[in-house]
Design a protein around this ligand. Structure first.
Ligand SMILES: *[C@@H]1O[C@H](CO)[C@@H](O)[C@H](O)[C@H]1NC(C)=O
Ligand SMILES: *[C@@H]1O[C@H](CO)[C@@H](O)[C@H](O)[C@H]1NC(C)=O
Ligand SMILES: *[C@@H]1O[C@H](CO)[C@@H](O)[C@H](O)[C@H]1NC(C)=O
Length: 599
């Protein structure tokens, strides 16, 4: 009688087995057909799975972003880890050691915040060993840096996991640590921080140049927002912050040689980047595997800030009607016939090379307006009397070529007499008749024309290395209201993450039947021009769309966006959790009811 009653009692308890008692939710997730489905925790479920843990195993690429390009295997055995017991084992006395120690601090913070305040304390120790790099003190990212890495995790005993990251460069190790951080998840059913107890990954990028352009001239972007942008890049394994630091609108860069520029040309005294700011941003980038590449756009896209220099160094500044002299107000171009211009450029180049320590330099070269130069008597007189050139269009391109040569000579002097790879935008100079002026050994071309434009084919046939930034997919500023007049802005509509993800450089060159020139594609870049964005809004405009392109550049997958959708949603959550106000892509319901938000 007593025995029987006991059994009934036990049965009753386990029927309502509470879920509320043992787990924090009545729901768990089951992976079916590559998607995690929300289910009740019934009593048949012996080991319920949280959404984050389900997503770790449900996709062939786990929940990693970008997806690894090589081997990936994870054991399904999740173990709890203690963020305070993450330890680094690294040889001493190298610059790499300092950088890795900084990364371990970052990793611990990420892991601690993975579950907010809910986390139950305790768990295993994790010892991280980094090895394999060939050049212990080489911490400069170049186009030849090997960024690949191998990551393994094994469980040593009941209390200890051992992580080994093998890479040929610091940058590879850094990416390995990022991958590790993405495999550490929050199990919200048990309120534990967990990781699979065995992991093996071989990974490395397809393209060496993976960038985001940020314009800080049309609107000022504060330092904190630039650093936050680098955080998002690190999470997505992007490696180049292309800093379009000056333009016609404002000159926020403090040049050590010519401090008058920012004094005359910044929007406000505090809206500047001084040497300390740049140094901090560059080091912040280095720790996170990101080079900070300066662009000094010339000879067009200049204006504000030049007022202190002699009056004929810039021409057609603020000319009206602006539509005759430039693509957007205010107009302004350098006067290529002025010696003072080259003297000034040398100083700016020297300052930027010293401040940024970049392996590349972006000289701009965007959107020169012939009419602007033709409207200046100083210039047309020089052309006719000094050079004996008439005022035909081809002679204005000669003039541009003359400027480019002189400016490039100054850049070399500023770089202690050494060549530095130069990037230029595609432009009138990359047209059929003018391409002869550019040397493919010296110039890398960043292409902004549409993906179907014949410019891409012409450049490849002439053996130029390319960075792909076709505006019909990669301009993040498209699709909002016009800022001059009514309607939508010039490159509307908005480019959704799906279009960006599917914007394959490889497919683009196949369209031109130039697959054999694949080795000339260095990578690509999404661009945020900031006529209509500032510190208050850049996060949602850049993220998660720049991350969509990051996977394209890292992995160049043969599959399209639809196969990446769940991971994209997960990565967007990751960006938000780590402090970036990324745009929302779907109702949260879709993450919890995967497969039900598809057509
Ligand atoms: C990663 O492992 C593979 C296979 O063992 C090996 O071929 C490769 O060289 C390793 N990569 C690195 C960066 O150590
Ligand atoms: C520069 O100023 C001088 C003296 O005022 C004037 O003669 C000259 O025309 C100016 N040049 C330009 C390009 O405005
Ligand atoms: C420059 O201006 C002159 C004089 O107005 C004109 O004859 C010439 O065609 C112009 N050149 C170009 C390339 O527009």
């Amino acid at each position: 009688m007593i025995v029987l009653l006991f059994i009934v009692f036990v049965a009753k308890v386990s029927a309502s087995d509470n879920i509320e008692k043992s787990y924090s939710s009545p729901w768990h997730y089951e992976c079916k057909g590559g998607l995690c489905k929300k289910e009740f925790i019934t009593k048949e479920v012996t080991n319920p799975t949280s959404l984050e843990v389900c997503e770790l195993f449900c996709d062939a690429s786990s929940s990693l972003w970008p997806k690894p390009t090589g081997h990936l295997s994870l054991s399904k055995n999740m173990v709890q880890i203690d963020p305070d017991k993450i330890m680094l084992d690294v040889q001493s006395g190298t610059q790499i050691k300092y950088l890795l120690e900084r990364n371990i601090v970052l990793l611990k913070n990420i892991v601690k915040n993975v579950g907010g305040k809910l986390v139950n304390a305790g768990g295993m120790e994790m010892l991280i060993r980094c090895k394999g790099y060939l050049e212990m003190n080489n911490i400069k990212l170049t186009l030849h840096t090997d960024e690949s890495y191998n990551l393994t995790v094994i469980q040593m005993d009941k209390t200890k996991l051992e992580v080994t990251i093998t890479a040929k460069s610091y940058f590879g190790v850094r990416h390995g640590l990022e991958t590790l951080s993405q495999l550490i998840v929050f199990d919200d059913l048990r309120n534990q921080i967990q990781i699979p107890n065995e992991i093996s990954i071989i990974d490395g990028p397809v393209y060496p140049y993976r960038g985001v352009l940020l314009d800080t001239s049309r609107n000022f972007i504060d330092k904190t927002s630039i650093l936050r942008t680098i955080d998002g890049m690190a999470m997505s394994k992007l490696n180049t912050l292309h800093w379009h630091i000056t333009d016609s609108h404002s000159f926020p860069y403090v040049s050590k040689t010519w401090p008058e520029f920012s004094k005359f040309g910044s929007y406000a005294t505090e809206k500047i980047y001084n040497q300390e700011d740049v140094k901090e941003i560059v080091e912040y980038g280095l720790i996170r595997g990101v080079r900070v590449l300066p662009e000094f756009d010339a000879p067009a896209h200049v204006g504000e800030g030049w007022q202190w220099v002699e009056n004929d160094t810039i021409v057609c500044f603020k000319a009206e009607p602006w539509t005759n002299y430039c693509v957007e107000p205010p107009c302004g171009q350098l006067n290529p016939t002025s010696e003072k211009v080259y003297e000034i450029l040398e100083g700016i180049y020297k300052d930027m090379i010293q401040d940024f320590q970049s392996d590349l330099f972006h000289m701009g070269g965007d959107e020169v307006n012939i009419n602007c130069w033709n409207s200046s008597a100083v210039i047309t007189n020089w052309m006719q009397t000094v050079k004996n050139w008439d005022l035909s269009e081809s002679n204005f391109y000669m003039l541009w070529h003359y400027f480019q040569q002189r400016a490039m000579d100054k850049l070399k002097i500023a770089n202690d007499g050494k060549d530095i790879p130069i990037i230029l935008w595609s432009s009138g100079l990359t047209n059929e008749e003018n391409i002869k002026y550019l040397d493919p050994e010296k110039y890398i071309i960043q292409v902004w024309t549409t993906k179907h434009d014949i410019t891409i084919g012409r450049l490849l046939r002439n053996n130029f290395k390319l960075i792909i930034s076709n505006y019909d997919a990669l301009y993040l500023d498209c699709g909002f209201s016009a800022w001059i007049g009514e309607g939508n802005n010039w490159c509307a509509p908005y480019k959704g993450w799906q279009i960006i993800y599917d914007n394959s450089p490889l497919k683009i060159i196949k369209l031109q039947h130039l697959e054999s020139k694949r080795h000339l594609i260095l990578g690509g870049e999404t661009a945020l021009w900031t006529e209509q964005a500032d510190s208050a809004s850049i996060d949602a405009k850049i993220w998660p769309r720049a991350a969509a392109f990051a996977e394209r550049l890292w992995a160049e997958p043969s599959s399209t966006w639809i196969h990446a959708e769940q991971r994209m949603l997960r990565h967007r959550e990751r960006l938000v959790k780590r402090g970036i106000s990324a745009e929302s892509l779907q109702p949260e319901w879709c993450s919890q009811n995967q497969a039900l938000c598809q057509v």
